[in-house]
Ligand binder design. Sequence first.
Ligand code: ZN
Length: 254
Amino acid sequence: MMLDEQIHAAAELFKKAKHVIAFTGAGISTPSGIPDYRSPNSGLWENVNPIEVASMYGFRQNPQAFYNWIYPLTRLTLYAKPNPAHEALVKLERFGLLKAIITQNIDMLHTRAGSKTVYELHGHLREATCVHCFTVYPAEPIIKQFLEDRKVPKCPKCGGVIKPNVILYGEQLPIAQIQAARDAARRCELMLIVGSSLEVAPASELPMLAIRSGAKLVIVNLEPTPADEIAEVVIHADAAEILPQIVHRLEAIA
Ligand code: ZN
């Protein structure tokens, strides 16, 4: 299929479905300048062992190493802006078509763009928690302070180390978010997968859940994914270019 036909086919599927959900990964945010931090090619892993710096064990042993590692990502995230792909999903939600977004991203660009129902499977940088007394703080002032002095943030109440509410290796994913994501996957008629290689669980299992419940898949991702074979429409291109075109086409045929 030519790109134009694929966009049209995707829009037709959206038109027929009453219940659409989106599943998004790092690829939706790379056009906003945020690297895929789980990718070995992101530049974030040079000279660093992920298990040493980005696991809960590593964090407790050496929080400064974690903060040094996350520094560039934090800086980019604080100033990043949603791109046309995020905005296209906001539009779809306002049409009443898109019921939920499940995301692997911690950058909060979906909620900043204006999306309402967002399940953040890997946590977010909106809040931070003291690992000693579990007091939860708004993350932004803590992050700004850290960007200035690069020091490990400490809890004003107990002096414990503060950790952003992102899920580290070896940590449980947030149960409520996972449950909501699974329910959404079972209920949807169409799952739009954007910018995820679908390689890590639970990312890999959600499209299968949807398929088994009778849903169809539309995939927009730069690289091939393991779910390409079972999807109705697969577009290997930049989501920030493609999603607005799908929405535009949908508006024309709706
Ligand atoms: Zn504390």
